[in-house]
Design a protein around this ligand. Structure first.
Ligand SMILES: Cc1cc2nc3c(=O)[nH]c(=O)nc-3n(C[C@H](O)[C@H](O)[C@H](O)COP(=O)(O)OP(=O)(O)OC[C@H]3O[C@@H](n4cnc5c(N)ncnc54)[C@H](O)[C@@H]3O)c2cc1C
Length: 469
């Protein structure tokens, strides 16, 4: 019997790998350990909890038949399963908590169909590849994460929530953004189930707990010639106010609006020759045809336009995409230089209020540097603060969170690896009912749900009855 890499299972993994044939497997411990990690190390709390959690074997299915074989064999052996796409999640979603089988989807990566306003792709398709294929036909994804070069579309739908495009097109969960998806059950005869319309939210953002997404159909929008824009301001409140004005504008298109404290910008060495030092930054993507209106808006808001670049100019200058200074990439830019940084996820009062942001700044302290993303939520422009926090102790981190909360800024815990802990806050009984239907033995990533142990003995219908009316 081969040793268990995780130290948590007693299965014979060599024999298990043989049972999976012809599916390709990886059993080399170093490679299995590498595929047991994601970006949980953003959080010192999660890093301490998860850095020694590993799987035992990786399977790399190339087809849905291969995937069905993996799920059938795991079901037979009661093997814990963790689904992995690009491994760019921030909360340890793709970390096996109980050891077991890791199923990496990146070879199930075909783009199946591009049509008027939609794209259908296999779950393991790389998001940048999808966007490239769409661009050739005059389309682009309505929403995509700043990690598009690594992330898979299935991982984004299972683990993500919003991203580049959300300022115009809303959240992934909003009607019409995920048009349909297929997910496979874990049983002795794994089957694909189709979820359409509102039903996609039975599976979306369930962290791979309640079925393996095999295929997704997503909304696309006409491709535009996006200009990456960087404008700087003397005060953070000015940058934030300008961000709000752009996000609301009725004559300027936008795919991204993001504001960053000047102290964070000092950690963007690639931009050093391009933006004014010690100024607060607003990063955006604006279509070429609206650039004059954008210039007028920045002037009116008291800012300076430091950099505008088309996609070709960006490549010539050798600069990253502007969205690599936004969303969780902002934090990554800082972490590249100093691993003592971490971050929080915080909601802000609606409608966005630059005065409230300004009033909060001195209360937060010098170890908290603000960064806001603008997005459309339920038809209204909202902002999320993803501040850099210079981590010292967990007590201090919780104190900062308390300061936000006491001042009317709700905190969505970024330092917890439970699906109910962060954005969702409460148990999603729809997700759990579908887990019971699709994964009756609870093999898929079960320890990531705090509520699953309380409901796993119930029928799917009884779990659904717990949904608050
Ligand atoms: C620098 C940085 C920037 C980021 N920016 C954004 C952003 O702009 N917007 C955003 O929403 N997130 C963002 N994230 C988080 C993350 O990148 C995205 O959610 C990403 O799309 C996840 O895709 P992935 O393929 O890497 O998924 P993984 O990390 O591999 O998986 C994520 C979750 O989905 C599950 N999963 C993966 N594939 C499947 C499948 N086929 N079926 C069922 N479950 C599956 C996994 O089990 C896991 O729970 C960022 C993270 C980093 C580190």
């Amino acid at each position: 019997m081969s040793d268990s890499i995780s130290g948590k299972t007693s299965l014979d993994w060599e024999a298990f790998a043989k049972d999976l044939a012809p599916v390709e497997t990886i059993s080399e411990p170093v490679l299995v350990k590498k595929r047991s990690r994601d970006f949980f190390w953003y959080s010192p709390i999660l890093n301490a909890q998860l850095r020694r959690s590993f799987g035992d074997l990786v399977a790399v299915p190339k087809t849905t038949e291969d995937l069905a074989q993996c799920l059938r064999v795991a079901f037979e052996h009661d093997a814990p399963i963790t689904i992995r796409g690009g491994g760019t999640g921030n909360y340890g979603q793709a970390v096996p908590m109980e050891g077991g089988l890791i199923i990496e989807t990146t070879r199930m990566n075909r783009i199946l169909e591009i049509g008027e306003g939609y794209v259908t792709a296999q779950a393991g398709a790389n998001i940048e590849e999808i966007n490239k294929a769409l661009h050739l036909q005059g389309w682009e994804l309505a929403i995509f994460p700043s990690t598009q070069d690594i992330a898979t579309i299935g991982g984004f739908i299972a683990g993500g929530s919003s991203g580049i495009g959300s300022v115009a097109n809303g959240m992934l969960r909003d009607a019409g953004n995920i048009l349909s998806l297929k997910a496979m059950s874990v049983s002795d005869t794994p089957t694909e189930n189709l979820f359409e319309g509102e039903a996609v939210n039975h599976i979306h953002h369930a962290w791979g707990l309640n079925g393996v997404i095999t295929e997704v159909t997503l909304r696309t929008v006409p491709h535009r010639n996006w200009i990456g824009c960087m404008a700087t301001f003397d005060t953070y409140a000015q940058a934030y106010q300008a961000g709000y004005a752009l996000a609301l504008s009725d004559n300027i298109g936008r795919k991204l609006v993001s504001t960053v404290d000047a102290r964070i910008c000092a950690y963007f060495p690639r931009l050093a020759d391009h933006i004014r030092p010690e100024k607060h930054l607003m990063t955006s993507l604006v279509p070429a045809e609206d650039i004059d209106a954008y210039r007028a808006l920045i002037k009116e808001q008291g800012g300076s336009i430091d950099l505008t670049m088309s996609e070709d100019e960006r490549k010539e200058m050798g600069l990253p995409h502007v969205f690599e200074f936004a969303y969780n990439h902002t934090t990554l830019q800082v972490l590249k230089a100093d691993r003592s940084a971490t971050y929080l996820q915080v909601g802000c009062p609606t409608p966005p209020d630059a005065k409230a942001i300004k009033a909060l700044r001195p209360k937060l302290g010098d170890d908290v540097w603000q960064h806001h993303e603008f997005a459309l939520l339920d038809g209204e422009i909202v902002t999320f603060d993803l501040p850099i926090v210079w981590y010292t102790t967990t007590e201090r981190l919780r104190k900062i969170e308390a300061t936000y909360t006491e001042n009317g800024f709700p905190v969505y815990d970024a330092h917890i690896c439970m699906v109910e802990g962060g954005g969702l806050k409460n148990a999603d009984y729809r997700h759990l009912a579908w887990k019971k239907r699709m994964d009756p033995k609870g093999l898929l990533n079960a320890p990531k749900s705090r509520e699953w142990p309380n409901v796993k003995h119930l029928s799917p219908e009884d779990i659904e009855a717990l949904i608050p009316s």
